[in-house]
Design a protein around this ligand. Sequence first.
Ligand SMILES: Nc1ncnc2c1ncn2[C@@H]1O[C@H](COP(=O)(O)OP(=O)(O)OP(=O)(O)O)[C@@H](O)[C@H]1O
Length: 789
Amino acid sequence: MTEPNREGHDGAALAHCGGRDVEHVGPVLDGELIDDTLPQPRPRATPTRFGRSLLSLRQAAGRLWRSAPVVRARSVAAYRLRKAPQDVVRLVWFVLRGNWRWLVKFWTWATYADLRADARRARLAGDAEARRAAQELIRSDATARWAKLGIFLRRCVIMLRFAAPVAAVLWLVNSVMDRAEMWPWLASVYTGLEAMRSVLVTVVPLLLIVLPVAWAVAAAFEGRDRTPGVGWLVRPDRDDADSWIDERMISKALAHLGISPLDRFYRDGGELVYTVAARKDGDGTFAQLRLPLGVTADMVAARRSKLAANLGRASLETWPTKGDEDGILDLWIADKGVLRGGAGAWPLIHDGQVDVFDGVPFGLSQRGVVINAPLLGVNWLVGGRPGQGKSAALRTLLLGAALDPTAELWAFVMGESPDFEPFRPRLSRYRMGMDDSVAEAATQALADLLTEMERRGKILGKQPGRPPKVSRKLADKRGLELHPLVCGIDECHELFQHPKFGKKAAELAVRLIKRGRKYGIVLLLATQSPTKDSIPREITRNVSCGVAFSVADQVANDGLLGSGKYAAGIRATELRINTDRGTCVAVGITDETFELVRTFYVPFEDGADDVTPVVARAVALIEEMGRAVESTALPEIEAAPVVDHLADIDAVLHGERRVRTQVILTRLARHNLGEYEGWTFRDLTAALAVYGIAPVKSDGNKVVRAEDVAAALADRDRHGREPDGDPAGTQGVLPDGSLRQSSGADQRKSGSGSTGSRDRQARESGQKSGSSDAHRGPSPAPPEPDEGR
Ligand SMILES: Nc1ncnc2c1ncn2[C@@H]1O[C@H](COP(=O)(O)OP(=O)(O)OP(=O)(O)O)[C@@H](O)[C@H]1O
C-alpha cells in the first residue's frame, strides 16, 4: 500500500479499491496547452469616448510637432541653445565695447577732438582760414559750454539756498510740534512729504535694479557688431548651412567690393535696405536691394567676379543685374554646383504634341522650371562660340514646332552639316550646303516669306473685326492658309555675308523680322558670329528672343542680347567654353529680364539619334489628322506693284541737286503711302546701300545727292541688273527672275511667271549643284521636301 500523502487532497485522491490501490485523478478536462512565452494577441478593449478624444488629441499634437514651421522653430531653438554660451560671451563683449564707445564719444565731445582734427587738417593743408575758423569754433563752443555749466550750477545753488532753510525749518517744526497741534495745511504738507518718501523707498531699490539692466542693454546696443547684416537671420535648418546665402552674407560681400560710395556708406554705419529679402528661388537664392547714394547696379555688375568670390560662388553662379531702377540691384545666386547638371531629357522626347501658340519646351531656367519658349509672334537669334549648342537649340525649337501638325517648317543650313537631316520628311523646304545655290534658295525663301506675309495681311484684313494677328482659331481655318510658318536658318552669317545674295537676304530678313510677327511667320536664326558685319544691326535690334551661348566679348554679347545688356550684368561672357556647353543666357523668352537656360538636348551625333523618332512621330501626327505636311503654295499677289525704291527716290528728288534725307522720307510717304509709311532714316539708308549709295553730310544735315542716284540708275540700266549682280530687288513682292529660276518657283501657282520647264531645269541644276541636297543619315522615306525651291 502506498504511504498516504501528507496532504489531504492527495490522501483523498488515493482510495482502497478491492485488493488493489487505485489512484483517483480528478475530472478529465479537454483543453489546449498555452505557451505564454509566445506573443499573445491582446484583447481589444473598446476605447471610451474620453480615450478616443485623448488619442486624437495626441495624434494632432504629433502632427503639429512634425509640421514644417514647428520643425523649423525647433531647429532654430536648438541652434540658438547650442550657441547660447557664445552668445553670452558676445553680449558681454558688446556691453564692454558699448561703454568704451561712450567713453570715446564723451572724450571726443569734451576735448573737441573732431574740431581739433579739422584744425589740424587745415594747418597741414595750409588753409589758414579754415584753421582759424575751426579754432574760433572751439573757443566759442568752449565759452558757451562753460557758460551753460555756470548757469546750471548757479541754478543749483539758488535752489539749495532756498530749499535748505525750508528743509531745516520743516525739520525743526516737526521735531518740536505734535502733528495734531499743527495747522491743517502744515499737517498736509508733512503728509505729502511722507507719501513722497514712501514712494522713493519703493522706487529707488527698483531703479537700482532696472537702471543697471537698462544701462547694460543700451551699452550692448551701442557696442553691437556693426558689420552688415543681422546674425539672427542665420537659418541653421538648411542642409547647405555653410554655403547658403542670406542678407548678412550679401551685405558683407558687397561691403568688400571696393566701391567707394558703398564703403563710405558702411563706414558711416549704414544698413542696406532689402526690397526683397533673400529667399529661395528655384535652384538658387534671389534678393533685391536698394543701393545707397552714388552706387548703381551696373557698378556692382562690373565687379561680378569679386562679388562671386566674396559669396563663395563661381562667377557663372552669381547674377547681379539691374532691377527696375538703376539704383536697385537684383541678385540671383545659384546653389553651389547646381548649374553643372544638364537640363535632363526633353519632355516631348517620347510622346506629346505641341501647340506652337503655347510655346515649345526649350530648357530649364535658373529657377529650375521648364521654359516653354514662345514661337509665335517672335523671332529668334541664337548665337555663341562654335560647338556650344546653337544648332542643338535651334533643332529643339524646330522639333517642337514639328510636333504641331499645323505648322509648316523650312530649314536652311548655310554649311556642310547634317544637323537637320532627320527633319527632311517634315520639312517643306530644306537646303544645306556651302554653295551659292543654298544662299540663293535661302534668299528666295525670305522673299517668299515676305510675299506670304503680304497675302496673310490681306486675308487678315478681310476677316470680321479685322483681327490684328494670326490666332490659333484663324490658323485652324484651313481655307485661310494662315497656319504657323517657321523658317530656321543655321549659320545665317554665311547668308548675310554672301557676296552675291547677302545684301538682299539681309534686307528681306530685316523687313520680315519687323513685320512678319503678326502673320504667324517666324524666323529662327543661328550664328557663330553676331558682329555688326555678319548680322545686320537691324536684325539684332529687332529680334525679340535673343539667345547667347558662351560668347567671347561684350560686342557679341550685346549683339545677341541687345545693347546695354553687358553693362547691366546680363553676360554670356561668363559662360565657360565647353564646360557650360548647352547653357545659354536668353532674353525675351519669358517675362524676366533674362534667363539663364540649361537647354534640353535631343541627341543627334555619334550614332545616337533621338531626333528621327520624334520627326517620324510628327509626320505620323499629321497623317493621323488626314493632312499632308503643310506647304505654302505661294499665291500671285494680284496687282501688287513692283516697287522700285531707287526710281522712287530719284523721282522724289524733284531734280534738286541735294535733298535732305528727312525731306526725301516725307516725299516718299506722300508718293506711295502704302510702301513708305513708317520708313525711317535707317530704311532709306538700307535701300540706298543696296546700290552702294550712302547719304552724305552737307551743312550739318544728311543729304542724298542726285548725281549718286542718277549714276546708280544708269549703272543698273546699263547692266540690266543691280551693281552687285543682284537683279533690281523688290520687297514684299514676287521675287525677281534669277531667284525664281532656282528656289521656290514651284511653290507658286501656275502662271506666276515661271514655266514648268524652267522650274525643272532649276531643280535639276539645284540638285546637281549641291551634294548637300542628297539624303543623308537615317532619314525616313518622303514625303519629299521640295528641295528645288
Ligand atoms: N543642351 C545641351 N546639353 C548637353 N550637350 C549639348 C547641348 N547642346 C549641345 N551639346 C553638345 O555640344 C555639341 C555641339 O553642339 P552644336 O552642334 O549644337 O553646337 P554649335 O554651337 O551649333 O556648333 P557649331 O557652331 O560648330 O555648329 C553637341 O554635339 C553636343 O554634344
